[in-house]
Design a protein around this ligand. Structure first.
Ligand SMILES: NC(=O)c1ccc[n+]([C@@H]2O[C@H](COP(=O)([O-])OP(=O)(O)OC[C@H]3O[C@@H](n4cnc5c(N)ncnc54)[C@H](O)[C@@H]3O)[C@@H](O)[C@H]2O)c1
Length: 270
């Protein structure tokens, strides 16, 4: 029988429940052996939601890393913890699968890369959009030369009213690293640059705005991510627009918003 991969889940919130757990259920060779969330009530509701028994439970990820025999961990915590947990796990010889964004700064991302190289373990940060059927088709289409030279692109994800977890970690720069640029931009900028053949950026310019901190209207299903906190912090942007130039002369226009005065939510990578 094929060996089962033992996984420890860290951060049992929205994305772990909506995407990761349903994904693991499709694989016979993955076994959830440990779960961790800083909030005990999340552990309880998670076990109930997925009918999980016989699993080690932790409220401290360090204890999970120290006491379980794991093939890999899956990090679904707030952004600022990605690099911290990943580096500790890699240093202990555990493979890491981590949600996007990689980290909240370039320095933190480089620490992850270094720890992976030093340990020889695998580090994969979520790039789920590259695995979409349309993205894979387009990548092959481009690689087969059917699009000719890709010399400019435009990408974005503009929500009309869709701020996630307002007042909580998503809108607190220290914990999220920023607003829609790091949250949504990380998906679409990655996808666009990948489709363009991975040119190296040589300059970036842009503007950010924060105009919706006092607006509680939501018309996006995506605003249900993260726990809201009344009277919480909102010190990130809600709109980011910019322009990236690459070493091969190509350019990419970008626009990401959690809230902006547009007719409806749009999502592009062209
Ligand atoms: N790939 C995607 O499309 C996608 C979509 C949504 C979110 N995400 C990413 O997934 C991550 C989680 O987002 P979410 O929407 O699930 O947020 P969430 O707030 O719903 O879940 C985060 C969970 O982490 C727990 N947590 C906080 N500190 C912890 C700690 N020290 N140890 C263990 N658990 C801790 C929280 O209690 C919470 O249950 C974020 O990095 C986000 O950017 C990715």
């Amino acid at each position: 029988m094929e060996k089962k991969l033992k996984v420890g889940l860290i951060g049992l919130g929205g994305i772990c429940r909506i995407a990761h757990m349903p994904g693991y259920k499709d694989f016979d060779n993955v076994e959830i052996v440990a779960i961790c969330d800083i909030l005990p009530e999340k552990i309880e509701s998670f076990k109930e939601q997925f009918s999980i028994e016989n699993v080690a439970e932790f409220t401290d990820y360090k204890e999970l890393l120290d006491s379980c025999d794991l093939d890999f961990i899956d990090i679904c915590t707030p952004n600022y913890l990605h690099s911290i947990i990943a580096v500790e796990a890699l240093n202990k010889g555990i493979n890491v699968f981590c949600e996007k964004p990689d980290a909240v700064s370039v320095e933190e991302a480089l620490k992850m890369k270094e720890a992976a190289e030093k340990s020889g373990k695998k580090l994969m940060v979520m790039r789920n959009n590259r695995y979409r059927a349309d993205a894979r088709y387009l990548k092959k289409f481009i690689e087969d030369g059917k699009m000719g030279e890709i010399y400019c692109g435009r990408c974005g994800w503009q929500r009309r009213r869709g701020i996630p977890g307002k007042g909580g970690w998503f809108t607190t720069k220290e914990q999220s690293g920023g607003g829609p640029l790091i949250d949504l931009g990380v998906h679409m900028i990655d996808l666009a640059i990948w489709l363009m053949g991975n040119p190296t950026p040589v300059s970036v310019s842009g503007c950010t705005y924060a105009k919706f901190a006092d607006n509680d209207v939501s018309d996006s299903v995506n605003s249900s991510f993260g726990d809201k906190k009344s009277e919480g912090t909102f010190d990130v942007e809600d709109l980011a627009m910019g322009f990236i130039k690459f070493d091969n002369g190509a350019c990419l226009q970008i626009e990401f918003s959690w809230a902006s005065n547009i007719e409806k939510e749009t999502y592009i990578s062209t």
